[in-house]
Design a protein around this ligand. Sequence first.
Ligand code: SAM
Length: 271
Amino acid sequence: MTTQGGSGKSRFEDIYEQPDPRAYFTRLAPLEYEIPHHAQPVFRRAAAERAALDDGRARPPAVLDLCCSYGINAALLNHEVTLAELYERYTSPAVQALTSTELADLDKEFYAERRRPDAVPVLGLDVSAPAVGYARAVGLLDGSFTDNLELGPPGGELSHALGDVGLVTVTGGGSYVTARTFTALLTQAQRPLWISTFVLRTVSYGPIERALAAAGLRTDLDAGHTYPQRRFTGPREQRYAVEAVRAAGHDPAGREQAGRFHTLYYASRPV
Ligand SMILES: C[S@@+](CC[C@H](N)C(=O)[O-])C[C@H]1O[C@@H](n2cnc3c(N)ncnc32)[C@H](O)[C@@H]1O
């Protein structure tokens, strides 16, 4: 079921809470949800650059994928796989016939066979316990957490794990988390923390950028380069998005007016 949120953006909460990713891919396929595909080379580059930075610690820095859901960014970061292949896999008739446990067993092999030699440790944070549980069970995440940092500080396990994090990545989460979540992450960081986020142009990144600046991070943005996220669910959602991007000072021509949400890429690093 797709419902219209108060903001005008459609909501998909039910597909975030399933025991495996099939409903997620099946629902989003007709909308051509594509932002993890555009993020894949950007996050691979950021992770490699962050890993190459000598911060005086022996252990490689971990990537924390915020709003990680079923571990899609972790799959694309550390495995020889494309988003198109994941859509094909999780919407195929053969896979629909499996139980979640059977699918998880197959996925373990699928990802293990495709693991890249330069794979980096990835932690996942998402309020959906079934989604992060699946990602961890099939080997996509080295650690998984369900703390809601919009509501309170991280618990002991997440606080401890954050000490190893060197890069935070986000796709599809800009409508769900605010400066509160980023401030909480930064408070626990013990290594130089880089933040790589793709955020819809309908959402203001200003409050997060200011919170990051207060913690000593400078944010870079190439405002001319947008990355499509997905098709609109209908004319109502499109009207909302066109108005919202205009109000934010962007030009919707050829982008939101052409039928898709577009994102901007923000990269923050310590000054
Ligand atoms: C659109 S999905 C994005 C999933 C994935 N990153 C991708 O791009 O395919 C948004 C996710 O944000 C999660 N979420 C919502 N509120 C959150 C919060 N306060 N903290 C962490 N995750 C949250 C939802 O459970 C959902 O899995």
